[in-house]
Ligand binder design. Structure first.
Ligand SMILES: [Zn+2]
Ligand SMILES: [Zn+2]
Ligand SMILES: [Zn+2]
Length: 329
């Protein structure tokens, strides 16, 4: 029934259904729109309405200055964390918003606006990375886009969220460790190797572009999960120049557009990049991950943290390729 597959980076196992005929219709899910009579991002936009249509500038809005407080429960058993310690280990929550009235999906945004959003993302991440922090304090800046209520979105306004976290999150830490182990074993980067081998074999390949390779990971943790890997080896997304950003945006828009094969599915898009100030030039390789939110997490997954994926990535990639093929003819 399930094929157990191990992720080549993290070493995490997934249980993947591979041995049955997949019904396309069973994966079709519509994103639930965010209800509300008015949009705070439209309301807060200072641009006069008359100019709004032509506007492609991205606004940076700080939602919470001190969104995260790290409390090390092992060391701070009493719960008496001093103010300095708490302040030292706090992080912010920011959002980058498109101009007024832009409630379209990232896939459908005018290319110039989409490029500006990614450029603003890079620039904001650079600024956040430059903010002062104690020497030994880790800092990870997580960029996320959530589309549809099922994905936890709070606004239908085109946006990208940024979380500055005083901790390297578990998932990223596992990827960093996995990347380093792979280099020790093979003297090469696991993401560079994956991009090459997935393109060569082609069975899980969705897009092979000039600067990016998009594929469904062999041990996908969720149905129709996609990995967007730049061909050029680089650990840190914020080192991209404007040319790279334009190429990254085009690939991202095409990739998200491919999900229309599933209707208009809710998804989480996230960036995995090197933590602030960490020199991982050899061992890490930045990438995007797209996780469509097609179903709820069930008991076995909660109980074991073993991902259960009802769609073989080979099937998922085939369906998305077919959809992209239709669009371009
Ligand atoms: Zn709005
Ligand atoms: Zn690489
Ligand atoms: Zn990743």
């Amino acid at each position: 029934m399930f094929e157990l597959r191990r992720d080549p980076v993290t070493g995490w196992w997934s249980a993947i259904v591979t041995d049955r005929t997949f019904e396309h219709a069973s994966f079709v899910v519509q994103a639930t729109p965010i209800e509300g009579t008015h949009c705070r991002h439209c309301d807060d936009d200072p641009t006069p309405s008359a100019d709004a249509a032509e506007e492609t500038a991205i606004r940076r809005v700080t939602l919470r200055q001190d969104a995260f407080h790290r409390i090390d429960t092992g060391q701070e058993r009493t719960g008496q964390l001093s103010v300095e310690q708490a302040m030292a280990a706090s992080g912010s929550w920011e959002i980058l918003v498109a101009p007024r009235e832009h409630h379209e999906r990232l896939a459908d945004a005018p290319p110039r606006l989409a490029v500006n959003l990614l450029r603003a993302l890079r620039d904001t991440m650079r600024e956040m990375a430059a903010e002062p922090r104690p020497d030994d304090e880790p800092r990870y800046i997580q960029a996320v886009q959530s589309y549809g209520m099922q994905a936890g979105s709070r606004s239908s306004h085109l946006n990208m969220e940024l979380y500055s976290i005083p901790q390297v999150p578990h998932w990223v830490a596992e990827e960093i460790g996995g990347g380093a182990r792979y280099v020790i074993k093979t003297r090469s980067c696991v993401w560079c190797s994956l991009a090459r081998s997935e393109e060569e074999s082609g069975e899980r390949l969705v897009l092979a572009e000039e600067r990016f390779v998009v594929f469904a990971p062999a041990a996908s943790r969720s149905a129709f999960e996609l990995m967007i890997v730049p061909r050029a080896h680089a650990a840190d997304f914020t080192t991209l120049d404007d040319d790279d950003i334009a190429a990254a945006t085009a690939t991202l828009q095409r990739t998200l557009g491919a999900l229309d094969a599933l209707g208009d599915p809710p998804y989480n898009l996230f960036l995995h990049t090197a933590p602030v100030g960490e020199r991982l030039d050899e061992t890490f390789h930045w990438h995007w991950e797209v996780h469509p939110r097609l179903r709820v997490i069930a008991g076995l997954e909660r109980a074991t943290a073993l991902a259960v994926n009802p769609a073989a990535p080979e099937y998922a990639a085939g369906l998305l390729r077919e959809h992209l093929g239709k669009g371009s003819v």
